[in-house]
Design a protein around this ligand. Structure first.
Ligand SMILES: [Zn+2]
Length: 262
């Protein structure tokens, strides 16, 4: 036998048909960006030093990819290189959200630490928030072919008589079919992570999770991402800054109980 092209010998892999994309950049309104970057300065002004803090990025339900606000829950404790927030304060915060807003990520500060990156603890936090926000931002992202060895298609009457062992999946049909392919919906979710520092530096990562709804196969990935500001028409005003200052006074608690680092 003569083979014209070696590539013809390569087996075709499972097909995957993309339906929707997950975000590759962190889109944020200029209002939310101003608010995010105003926190560190206010923490220094109000509490007298650079304390780390922890918050959530918020989006409207109908546009989960775009951060429209920064939510600050009551932090349990804040130090130079530690922030702690317990499950009670997280639930309190999420219960207080207007019904048209969802959490699509988290934000924290490294204060005046010159640590411009995400630590191992940050990675663990990001995975927890990804699990938490997954249900809000989940959507079908593709149809993926499931490759099954020993797939057999049988009509109902023959299925009852099929005594062969070694088969793995049966497709039972009303009329004989000669070929069947099975595709599953793959659902994907994402979670933004932003770290900010004194002086206004910031870095972003996006975590992704996809899950095949039939096979249950899960994959998790992440990428560093750009922050892309968009103008929503809302301006971060002097009044907004005063309100934020009030929140920081009430919600940031230097010197109290510490339970995890960075
Ligand atoms: Zn950190």
């Amino acid at each position: 036998m003569k083979i014209r092209r070696l590539s013809l010998l390569a087996k075709e892999g499972p097909r995957e048909i993309e339906i929707a994309k997950l975000p590759r950049d962190v889109t944020i309104t200029t209002y939310a960006k101003c608010r995010a970057l105003a926190v560190n300065g206010l923490v220094r002004a109000i509490h007298g030093d650079s304390y780390e803090w922890y918050g959530f990025t918020l989006a409207s339900k109908d546009r989960p990819e775009c951060i429209v606000d920064i939510g600050i829950p009551f932090n349990d404790s804040n130090a130079y290189h530690h922030t702690a927030i317990g499950p009670e304060n997280i639930s309190l915060f999420s219960d207080s959200l207007p019904h048209d807003l969802i959490i699509n990520g988290w934000i924290h500060s490294h204060g005046r630490l010159d640590y411009r990156g995400f630590s191992r603890t940050d990675e663990q936090n990001h995975l927890s928030v990804l699990d938490y926000v997954g249900t809000f931002v989940k959507k079908p992202v593709s149809r993926r072919q499931i490759v099954i060895r020993d797939l057999v298609a049988l009509t109902q009457d023959r299925f009852g008589q099929d005594e062969k062992t070694g088969r793995s999946v049966w497709v039972v049909t009303d009329v004989p079919v000669s070929e069947a392919r099975i595709f599953e919906a793959v659902h994907g979710s994402f979670c933004y992570g932003i770290v900010v520092g004194d002086g206004g530096w910031h870095m972003q990562e996006i975590y992704y999770k996809t899950r095949g709804i039939l096979t249950g196969s899960v994959s998790i990935g992440k990428k560093e991402a750009r922050m892309v500001p968009v103008d929503s028409g809302r301006v971060f005003t002097k009044k907004d800054r005063e309100l934020l200052a009030g929140e920081i006074k009430a919600k940031i608690k230097p010197g109290e109980r510490i339970s995890h680092s960075r």
